[in-house]
Design a protein around this ligand. Structure first.
Ligand code: RIB
Length: 283
């Protein structure tokens, strides 16, 4: 069983399903409101767990009811949370998400306690892989990348400046199309693999500018694409730690991401390995 530590965000997602996404300055009414546990770090941790890994999450939530609600699914499903922090003065992170019938979304995050996941006294367990994203302070990611010895995957989401040493150290960088455009030439600092996702059009895996693999997801009816990228990142990391070849690993990750887009909400939509294999088999 692969062992993975995830350093990242925990949010409570407030999700409005709406007939269409509003334009800037526009009000769209008639939405239905739901709440789901989310946050890129928490989603990636639970996705890896459901895909069969042994997972520890290092995160920071507020000492509030939202924090308990946001951690509940992780706790129930056996993600190790013993080293998570609880802030006395910042609320649990909140994401405001609007989802259109096409599955497309708009997300605004108020990070709250996620900002307090600073590098001081962060204890990294001795595991096969580390997964990070950028919803917690980037100096925490840089400090972890500098000391971790195993397979290091970083999902550069949301796009923001990161220390070049993080890009140089990463065995795997994951970006979507718009993040790839935002980083542009700075991604040439990466010495490991880069996986770029293109939604329903699939993903490309490269290393030093050369293609290693290309894959397309199985055809699905999208309901909500929230956490599809998180699931892709977790699945690709699990696959590489298991020793899968690039083609097979990318196909697995694309199918896992697609599976996550078939249900509403972040964590309720994360697939098990059986779900992913069934989707690959049905294609
Ligand atoms: O990647 C999806 C996640 O982004 C949501 O769960 C939301 O919390 C935001 O962090």
């Amino acid at each position: 069983m692969p062992s993975i530590v995830v350093i990242g965000s925990v949010n409570l997602d407030l999700v409005a399903t709406v007939a269409r996404l509003p334009a800037p300055g526009e009000t769209v009414t008639g939405a239905e409101l739901s709440r789901f546990p989310g946050g890129k770090g928490a989603n990636q941790a639970l996705a890896a767990k459901r895909l069969g890994a042994d997972v520890t999450l290092l995160a920071c939530v507020g000492e509030d009811a939202a924090g308990e609600e946001a951690l509940e699914m992780l706790r129930d499903e056996g993600v190790e949370l013993g080293d998570c922090r609880f802030s006395e003065d910042a609320p649990t992170g909140t994401a405001l998400i609007a989802v259109a019938p096409s599955g497309e979304n708009h997300i605004v995050v108020a990070p709250g306690a996620n900002r307090q996941l600073t590098p001081e006294s962060l204890r990294l367990p001795d595991v096969d892989a580390l997964i990070c994203q950028l919803e917690v302070p980037t100096e925490t990611i840089a400090a972890a990348a500098a000391t971790f010895q195993g397979f290091f995957a970083v999902n550069l989401a949301p796009a923001m400046h990161v220390d070049v040493a993080v890009l140089q150290r990463a065995d795997l960088v994951v970006v979507n199309e718009s993040e790839a455009a935002w980083y542009g030439d700075s991604l040439s600092a990466c010495t490991g693999m880069i996986a770029t996702t293109f939604g329903a059009a699939g993903a490309v895996l490269t290393k030093n500018g050369e293609d290693l693999a290309r894959a397309k997801p199985p055809r699905i009816e999208p309901v909500d694409t929230t956490a599809a990228g998180d699931t892709f990142t977790a699945a690709l990391t699990v696959a590489f730690v298991e020793g899968q070849a690039p083609e097979q690993a990318l196909e697995f990750a694309c199918a896992a991401g697609a599976a996550a887009a078939t249900k509403l909400g972040a964590q309720p939509s994360l697939p098990t390995r059986e779900d992913v294999m069934e989707l690959i088999g049905a294609d």
